[in-house]
Write a protein that binds this ligand. Structure first.
Ligand SMILES: C[S@@+](CC[C@H](N)C(=O)[O-])C[C@H]1O[C@@H](n2cnc3c(N)ncnc32)[C@H](O)[C@@H]1O
Length: 232
C-alpha cells in the first residue's frame, strides 16, 4: 500500500484508463504536483470534482488525505475511478453525478478540480471520437461552462481555512476565475503554470481561436495555470 510517507511526485499514481475516459495529461499532472508541493491533502477531507480516471483523488489519498470524495457525470469514469482506487488501495468514495453533488458531503478542507475548460465553437465539431470524450474538455464558447458556477459554489464547499486548487487553460479567462473567487471572499492567486504544445483538441480549435482573436496566428502552444484560493 502507498502511504503519504512513501509518496513522491515522481511516483505519481495513474492506474488504468478505460475507453471513453479522460486519460491523465499535463493538466492532471500539474495539479497533482501542486497538491503535493503545497501539502494541502495531508490529513484533509478532500473533494475531487470532475474526477475522470480518479487520478487526482487517488493521489490525494496517497498524499495522506484523511478522506476523499470524488464526482463525475460519466458512468464509465466513475467505474474507472473506483477501479483505480481499488488498485492503489486508496480510500476514495466515488459518486456518479455533477460536481455540484459535492455540497451533499462537505464542507472540505481541500477541493481539487481539473474541469472541462476548452472553448468550443458551438456550430462546429469535427473531432473523431477516438480522440476521447468531448464532455471531458468542451466548455462552451468561452470555456467557462463549469468554471463560472464552480467559482460561485466553492466558498460553500470549503470549510473555514480550506483551499481550492483548480487547473485551467489561459484560453478560459483565468483572470475571470481570480476575480470571481476574490469577489466570493477567497484569497485567490496563480500558484503554478506550464507551457505545453497543442494536442489534437486544441489543434482542431486553433483556426477558430485565431479567427475570434484569441490566439496569435501560428502559435500552437498554450499555458496551463493552477489557481489556489483560500477561504479565510
Ligand atoms: C479534463 S477531465 C479531468 C479528469 C481527471 N480529473 C484528470 O485530471 O485527469 C474532466 C472530467 O469532468 C467530467 N465532467 C464533465 N462535466 C461534469 C460535471 N458537470 N460534473 C462532474 N463531472 C463532469 C468529465 O466526464 C471528465 O471526466
Amino acid at each position: 500500500m502507498t502511504t503519504a510517507h512513501s509518496y513522491e511526485p515522481d511516483s505519481r499514481l495513474i492506474g488504468t484508463v478505460a475507453d471513453g475516459v479522460y486519460a491523465p495529461r499535463e493538466d492532471s499532472a500539474l495539479l497533482v504536483d501542486v497538491m503535493y508541493k503545497t501539502g494541502l491533502a495531508l490529513g484533509s477531507k478532500v473533494a475531487d470534482l470532475c474526477t475522470g480516471s480518479g487520478v487526482i483523488a487517488v493521489n490525494a489519498a496517497a498524499q495522506g488525505a484523511a478522506r476523499v470524495s470524488a464526482f463525475d457525470i460519466c458512468p464509465k469514469a466513475v467505474r474507472c475511478a473506483r477501479t483505480n482506487a481499488q488498485l492503489h488501495e486508496a480510500q476514495v468514495d466515488v459518486h456518479l453525478g455533477s460536481w455540484a453533488r459535492a455540497a451533499e458531503f462537505g464542507p472540505y478542507d481541500l477541493v481539487v478540480c481539473n474541469p472541462p475548460y476548452v472553448p468550443n465553437d458551438p456550430h462546429c465539431e469535427s473531432l473523431p471520437s477516438t480522440v476521447g470524450p468531448a464532455r471531458a474538455w468542451d466548455a462552451g464558447s468561452d470555456g467557462r461552462l463549469i468554471l463560472d458556477p464552480l467559482c460561485e459554489a466553492v466558498p460553500g464547499l470549503l470549510a473555514d481555512g480550506g483551499s481550492l486548487l483548480l487547473v485551467q487553460s489561459e484560453f478560459a479567462d483565468p483572470r475571470k476565475t481570480l476575480e470571481s473567487l476574490s469577489a466570493a471572499g477567497l484569497d485567490a492567486d496563480i500558484v503554478a503554470w506550464e507551457w505545453i504544445p497543442f494536442g489534437p483538441v486544441m489543434h482542431s480549435r486553433a483556426q477558430w481561436l485565431e479567427d475570434t482573436g484569441r490566439l496569435q496566428p501560428g502559435r500552437r502552444e498554450e499555458e496551463l495555470l493552477v489557481i489556489r484560493a483560500d477561504k479565510p
